[in-house]
Design a binder for this molecule. Structure first.
Ligand code: SAM
Ligand code: SF4
Length: 482
């Protein structure tokens, strides 16, 4: 069978639909109706957001259209407050592991697109995957997202083998404890296999929610050219019980205002269809230059740093219980400013070339990479900065390993769980990092941050458990969690 026909029959389900849940005209109407909101309009929406209620598109549109500096600052302040209340003063850390740069698609903006002759093509074999994982673990990583192009080499069986290989690779005191997946949309049968193998989050970015722009960016004859096959990826995952799903948009393909609304409509669609369970995380990558790929520097939709800050805060206010991921595509200065506006996860020590952990040692290798990274600092440097900013780095994987996903995760996220579980687990996983991998400088700021946050634990029982567990970790025990 021709590889391009792989999902031909499966596409029928979507071709037969009269419409999908993204109505471009309706989104523009919602945005246009909210133009020039008054301070009163904005504050009314902020009052609702403060109650940690998911906003409606009409309310989000008011925040998007707000140009008044005073109330924009109020938005930032509230986004920061919600982040602290819901997620605590901690940031979950991960690093991607690029498995294959081979791809049959031709997305205009991506360095891995089929027609790009300037990128070296490679798929890691199982030994190479182990070698990469060992380097990552040796740097202190505990969580990863495996990234694949779409090609006959990266079948779902290959993906399952690669996931098992990642989990089976041990090195010293460490191992990868959670592997998420970022790959092309899959069929339900394929997704079942991923679920059985045991993945964390299943992540697919819609890239752009705008139908016409999607068509322009993704040639029709490619698999990725099918908008709805991609739009309903998370539905198919949920249908087979893979209930930890992630959405995202690539900012710079179309008007950011529209894309943020698209992300909210997608969230609402999932919540309505799957018993209140929306996306586990939302990603909002901005387009970056990529070798042999003119599109990123030509786009008229590039998002400015100011608008980027605004859109991150608006997402935090609108979808309070979704995790928000800010990647190393962004420069350190931008990350520092944007993280307090609602980000709950970042990657650090990131390499995005296939085989990049082995090769790079911090250098850039554009002919192997999908795009150029903005933050090439080491994991240790970023952890040091995070601790100095009074946040804890967390490598916690407890919920996923205890099976608290989907509906169960949403329930705990909405209670005071974070302060009694997530903060203690952040403290314990950071302690492991400090003992096993940290530089002296990071050890000092890290210990300071741990002391401060242990003292902030309100529940005496939990505080005592944490103090004893810290001692046990000092004595050589690992992977203790609440
Ligand atoms: N091939 C799979 C797909 O397209 O869904 C998954 C992996 S792709 C390597 C991961 C994501 O990288 C894409 O979904 C896209 O949002 C992002 N990306 C592609 N080109 C980019 C660029 N030039 N700058 C920033 N992000 C980019
Ligand atoms: Fe392939 Fe994904 Fe890049 Fe598109 S974004 S060319 S599908 S790797």
């Amino acid at each position: 069978m021709n590889f391009f026909d792989k999902y031909k029959e499966a596409f029928e389900e979507y071709n037969a639909m009269e419409k999908d849940f993204i109505d471009d005209d309706k989104i523009w109407k919602q945005l246009n109706r909210a133009e020039n909101p008054s301070k009163i309009d904005v504050r009314k929406v902020l009052e609702k957001a403060e109650k940690k209620m998911r906003l409606e598109p009409e309310e989000m549109a008011v925040l998007i259209q707000n140009k008044d500096i005073e109330t924009i600052n109020e938005m930032y302040k509230l986004a920061n407050k919600l982040k602290k209340e819901i997620y605590g003063e901690r940031i979950v850390f991960f690093a991607p592991l690029y498995i294959s740069s081979k791809c049959v698609n031709n997305c205009k903006y991506c360095g891995f697109r089929k027609d790009n002759k300037m990128v070296e093509r490679r798929t890691l074999n199982m030994d190479e995957i182990s070698q990469e994982v060992k380097i990552m673990v040796d740097e202190g990583q505990k969580r990863t997202v495996l990234v694949y192009g779409e090609s006959p080499e990266t079948t779902v069986d290959f993906m399952c083998d690669s996931i098992r290989q990642v989990y089976d690779t041990k090195c010293g005191n460490g191992e990868i404890r959670r592997a998420n997946i970022n790959c092309a949309p899959l069929s339900r049968e394929e997704l079942k296999k991923l679920k059985e193998t045991g993945i964390g989050t299943f992540q697919v970015f819609q890239e752009t929610y705008h139908h016409e722009t999607y068509r322009k960016m993704h040639p029709e004859e490619t698999i990725k050219g099918h908008y709805r096959w991609r739009l309903y990826s998370q539905d198919r995952a949920m249908d087979v019980g893979l209930d930890d799903v992630a959405i995202g948009a690539l900012f710079g393909l179309y008007d950011w205002k529209f894309e943020v609304m698209g992300l909210l409509h997608h969230t609402i669609h999932l919540e309505e269809k799957y018993n209140g369970v929306g996306p586990h995380t939302i990603s909002f990558p901005r387009i970056e230059p990529a070798i042999g790929t003119p599109y990123p520097s030509d786009t008229k939709y590039a998002v400015s740093d100011e608008d980027f800050k605004k859109l991150v805060a608006i997402l935090r206010l609108s979808v309070p219980y979704a995790g928000m991921i800010l990647t190393a595509r962004e420069k350190p200065e931008v990350r520092k400013e944007v993280i307090p506006l609602g980000v709950s996860q970042i990657d650090a020590g990131t390499r995005i070339g296939v085989g990049g952990y082995k090769k790079s040692e911090g250098n850039k290798f554009p002919d192997k990479e999908q795009f150029q990274l903005g933050d090439t600092r080491s994991l240790d440097d970023v952890i040091g900065e995070t601790c100095r900013m009074d946040n804890l780095t967390s490598f916690c994987t407890a919920c996923y390993r205890a099976g608290r996903t989907g509906e169960e995760f949403m329930e705990v996220a909405k209670s005071s769980f974070v302060h009694n579980f997530c903060m203690p687990n952040a403290i314990l996983t950071l302690k492991e990092y400090l003992l096993d991998y940290a530089s002296n400088e990071t050890k000092i700021v890290g210990e300071k941050a741990i002391n401060k946050h242990v003292n902030k634990l309100e529940d005496e029982k939990i505080k005592n458990f944490v103090l004893k567990a810290l001692e046990r970790i000092e004595n050589g025990e690992r992977d203790i969690r609440v």
